[in-house]
Design a binder for this molecule. Sequence first.
Ligand code: AHR
Length: 671
Amino acid sequence: MNQNHHSRKHLPVRLALLLALAGTGAAPAPAQTTNPIPTLQIKAGQVTAKVSPMLYGLMTEEINYSYEGGLYGELIRNRTFKANPTNAMFWSAVGNAVISLDTNAPLNAALNVSLKLDATPAAKNAPAGIANGGYWGIPVKPKAAYHASFYARAADGFTGPLTVSLQSSDGKTVFAGAAIPALTGDWKKYEITLTTKKVKPSKNNRLVITTPAPGTIWFSQVSLFPPTFANRANGNRPDLMQLLADMNPKFLRFPGGNYLEGNTIETRFNWKKTVGDVSQRPGHLDDGWGYWSTDGLGLLEFLEWCEDLHIQPLLAVYAGYSMHQQHVTPGPDLAPYVQDALDEIEYVTGDTNTTWGAQRAKDGHPAPFPLEYVEVGNEDQFDRSGSYDGRFTQFFDAIKAKYPQLEVIATTRVTSRVPDLIDEHYYRSQEEMEAHALDYDRRSRTNQTKVFVGEWATRIGSPMPNMAGALGDAAWMTGMERNSDLVLMSCYAPLFVNVSDLGKNGSMQWKTDLIGYDALTSYGSPAYHAQKIFSTHHGDVVLATGSQDIPEQTWQPPARRRNGVEQPRPPAQPIKKLFFDATRDSQSGTIYLKVVNSLGTPQPVKIEISGSSIESKGTAVVLKADRPDDTNSIQAPAKIVPVTEKVKGLGTSFTRTFPPYSITILELKAK
Ligand code: AHR
């Protein structure tokens, strides 16, 4: 599997010139490099591994307003009034109304607080009511049907009407409106459709509910949904789903990393509280990332998300550890959590004769979902009690006993059982990614446990990775792909960020995220495009490769801190700046050669292919930038995107110059 790299030290040409000229006073000679041209060999007759069909997937969790204010279609922020127990956050009074939270006579035990609207001063010419500006705006698009709904009850003497409208934040433009003629004294659900005309897309808008009649009204779960992907009720935002579909992923790891665990056992992702009618879901504080989740996107919605993308769920079950060092002792104390996981698997896969399969059918999805992979916990190496081995064993044994066909994933090393896969996480700088890009070539193949790289990213750039990030990622991906007999699955993290408010306590909790958006538009980072082209351009077998004269640079790894104390700086080391791998599609014979040039100079590379004849015409997909810190943004979402071009002059031996800061996938056709 070894990539067989022979390297040369590479000084950037400019720097080499400056050094040569220092102290001489001589005029600069024309830039020239004497470095030998790197050579790559592809041995098409030698297959080293199968490319795992599950290699490229998605990892998701509620972070950076990924679901609430992101993928989940809901447009109303704090729709259940539970985000803050002391005030009706993100809601405002309209006219001379007074609004407050009220815990008396709520809708139900789950939604145990309502919004009280005191509209005593309301009049025909001065309506009073409530307004919500969404997650940094409410998108209004032309000719779109918005589904508004809410529960309400009125105090004695108030019968209505109410007007529901979608309007600009200053109230000057009303895009759509509808009336609810009457209310009663009992909780009742009201639903209307607000359809916009041919308006300009905008996001500086709000939902307003007013009355011209004096009185008091209570509201619960006020909701507004735009059209959703595949028209699912309670579904997802179409543009974000499309960005995901375009990545051609094979699985979705959910419900998250820290989001699964919670800071405390109480605030874990408790799946049983996330299913059923949305008005019966209490929601919970996502305390790892610091905001309220309505759990409107709950277990069933995760599964339907997979179904809509035609991908597999990779279900992470809560394993009795939460991040504030709370753990459940293996043995009888852990048994209810193990049972919860078994119930969860039954909810996903059970037929309608099972308890939880029947519950899923009742929730609207009679057909079971496919499931092959279950992960036990998340990053359990941080559990300082050392209880994971015991906890994993208890989960593993119970899952395997009832579902022997499932592949069970451990989140850190265990000794008592042999997990099917181990989940490894890597958040690194570009240089670290490059320094580790060949790690899996060297990894022993004797261990039965395969690798799932369940979180990884080159963390350069904010909010999104820039081209340097994409280059680090691509270097790392060549290593995973070349070794995908061992690395069966991988997924970048985090997937999403709402870029509306990048200040403190704003819309981003973790920088360097794959896909960005505001209320209205969305875009992929350079790293998104790197992943997309990797995932959509590969064969099913890995070909043996070799190389000579791969350029290198010297890298000084930063000093690390351990227990607050700075450690001695590790020695400087050479790192490669050119990465590659080759795969072939067994059916068509097409060879996919991926070449990553991390240098800021054009890099000629000699390519030699043995064991196959190659047509002179082929295709190149190229992602490149002028500078490593170039990136995409909400203002310039397509600054760095892949370009597909036809290429000539290919064959079993040819030289191609790869642009500075570039990722290229050459599609070579066998004759
Ligand atoms: O991806 C962000 C966080 O990084 C995940 O929640 C956690 O698993 C990891 O530490």
